[in-house]
Write a protein that binds this ligand. Structure first.
Ligand code: DAH
Length: 349
């Protein structure tokens, strides 16, 4: 009995020095484990006289319960302390400045293209796609630019296979593909935004890969004034209601007549500045009436059908709209630039 009391006293002393769960577990094993000191005493019960066994048994149980209670209580104390320490170490200081999260922004070129698509779709145009790896036949020949024609020199082309397969140097081949697919007996309204490639050295205004937005309308009784009206709608949408437009005579193999389409300079409102090179006007696309040879090559009878076509440089539109002075900006994925565009856009809206 005395041994049992001593064990309990010893436990009470030792438990005071326990600091963590591992030490407490060791203590539990030392006292209450199978080979622990309390269990060791309980095995002596057999050697006691029968009349002593009852009291000893009762005392043993009491000591066991007390020891268990002491250990459980200590465990609670340790758990609580660990939790408090954890809470303290993970404490959030709400007065600290917040870390800024860098969120993505829409690609500005894509945004301009989508904007143009929306306007044309509202006028009943389809947005179509065409291959970037193209045949010379579609890129040049069907568009009235036969092999050896000097007009080819204006588009220094990446050839992939001899002189038959190339990276398209313009989106105009999609005109030919669309007309051929339509079968020569239906009106067409389509635009095709897409990547184009030329063997140009990259600089502030040239990129070996750039983007065009091609447009084609074929129907009966279409005239240059329809092109003018259409161009007017898109120019006003992109550059504001007070934007004026004009056509200047030009030359393309696949249109006759051909024009350059200008918008009035939004920076100086026509009085002359560096942006418009003091002319008051800025050129934004090439266009014209689809050449009878092209209509014929693509299965449309030029005696019955007429049409207009145009080609915008997408980067040029975006550069003008957002005041960007280097075409390489679009292809260098500099997040700081994207965010600048974003802010400019907010200011514009
Ligand atoms: N494809 C021409 C170029 O890359 C642009 C162009 C001019 C497209 C007149 C047209 C057009 O559809 O009618 O320079």
């Amino acid at each position: 009995m005395q041994d049992l009391d001593n064990i309990l006293e010893k436990l009470k002393e030792e438990i005071k020095k326990v600091n963590d769960e591992i030490e407490l577990n060791n203590l539990r094993v030392t006292y209450l484990g199978k080979k622990g000191s309390i269990s060791a005493l309980s095995s002596q019960i057999g050697s006691l006289k029968p009349e002593e066994r009852k009291d000893f048994g009762a005392k043993l149980n009491q000591v066991k319960e007390e020891a268990t209670a002491l250990i459980d209580e200590k465990k609670k104390e340790i758990d609580e302390r660990v939790l408090n320490e954890k809470l303290k170490s993970e404490d959030i200081d709400v007065t600290l400045p917040a870390t800024s999260i860098s969120v993505g922004a829409p690609n500005i070129l894509e945004k301009v293209v989508e904007d143009v698509e929306d306007v044309f779709m509202s006028m009943g145009y389809d947005v179509v796609d065409g291959p970037e790896v193209e045949e010379d036949h579609y890129n040049f020949e069907l568009l009235n630019i036969p092999k050896g024609h000097p007009a080819r020199d204006a588009q220094d082309t990446f050839y992939i296979e001899d002189d038959t397969i190339l990276l398209r140097s313009q989106t105009s081949p999609v005109q030919a593909r669309t007309m051929l697919a339509a079968g020569g007996d239906k009106p067409i309204r389509m635009i095709c935004p897409g990547k184009t490639y030329r063997r140009d050295a990259d600089d502030a205004t040239h990129s070996h890969q750039f983007m065009q937005i091609e447009g084609l309308l074929v129907d009966k009784n279409i005239s240059l004034s329809d092109l003018k009206g259409t161009f007017d709608v898109i120019a006003k949408h992109l550059f504001g209601e007070d934007c004026e437009t004009r056509f200047r005579p030009s030359y393309y193999q696949f249109t006759e007549p051909s024009v350059e389409t200008d918008i009035s300079c939004f920076a100086c409102k026509g009085s002359g500045c560096a942006l418009c090179k003091n002319t008051g006007w800025i050129t934004v696309s090439g266009a014209g009436m689809v050449h009878p040879n092209v209509l014929r090559n693509c299965g449309y009878d030029p005696e019955v059908w007429t049409g207009f076509a145009f080609g915008f440089g997408a980067e040029r539109l975006a550069m003008l709209k957002y005041g960007i002075d280097d075409i390489r900006t679009f292809y260098q994925t500099d997040l700081r630039e994207t965010h600048t565009f974003d802010r400019r856009d907010d200011n514009n809206d």
